[in-house]
Design a protein around this ligand. Structure first.
Ligand SMILES: Cc1cc2nc3c(=O)[nH]c(=O)nc-3n(C[C@H](O)[C@H](O)[C@H](O)COP(=O)(O)O)c2cc1C
Length: 164
């Protein structure tokens, strides 16, 4: 259809990263993609906490159930939803950051911090804010490939016309 379309369709969660740290330029570019994401009423009710300190990365990983990608990452960005924010906006920012990462050769994986209260405390976020989701990042290893969890539901199952 177009290279851009194929690029978007080709975004996969990748979980195998080289130990090489992200350059400041690459990490900054990914954060800029988040910062420029559109949000409801342009509130931008989010804070992106970039964690690059290896000990802090391991500490963050304690707060979710499937956080091996965080443990293996060289940087993880937590998308903190501020008290007046919403999850739709956080999801948009996450997707934009993942697409930007892919565009500059950085692999990423969305992460759930299931024990959100603990993650909030770990990060020191203010009352009412939520550190529920994060993105693990790193340059992909040569062997990095997406995990197959069964592809996707059929279009007829998830797309309806004019009525549910
Ligand atoms: C909201 C959300 C939370 C996710 N949380 C995790 C997670 O905690 N750990 C993980 O390894 N993958 C996580 N994933 C990645 C999904 O497992 C992955 O996107 C899905 O299996 C489809 O694979 P694909 O992105 O490679 O197409 C999450 C994805 C989303 C959208």
């Amino acid at each position: 259809m177009s290279d851009q379309y194929d690029f978007i369709m080709g975004l996969r969660a990748l979980r195998d990263y080289k130990p090489e740290p992200l350059s400041n330029e690459d990490l900054g570019a990914i954060l800029e993609a988040g910062r420029w994401t559109g949000s409801s009423k342009n509130r931008q009710s989010w804070t992106f906490v970039a964690i690059t300190d290896p000990e802090r990365i391991q500490g963050l990983a304690e707060h979710g159930d499937f956080t091996q990608p965080v443990r293996d990452s060289v940087a993880t960005i937590v998308l903190v939803q501020e008290a007046d924010g919403n999850m739709f906006d956080i999801g948009r920012a996450a997707q934009n950051m993942m697409l930007a990462a892919k565009a500059i050769g950085v692999a990423s994986c969305p992460i759930t911090l299931h024990r959100t209260e603990d993650a909030n405390e770990f990060l020191g976020v203010p009352d009412g804010a939520q550190a529920r989701y994060a993105i693990a990042l790193g340059y992909p290893t040569d062997e990095a490939k997406p995990r197959q969890f069964g592809g996707r539901k059929k279009a007829a199952q998830v797309v309806k016309l004019n009525h549910y």
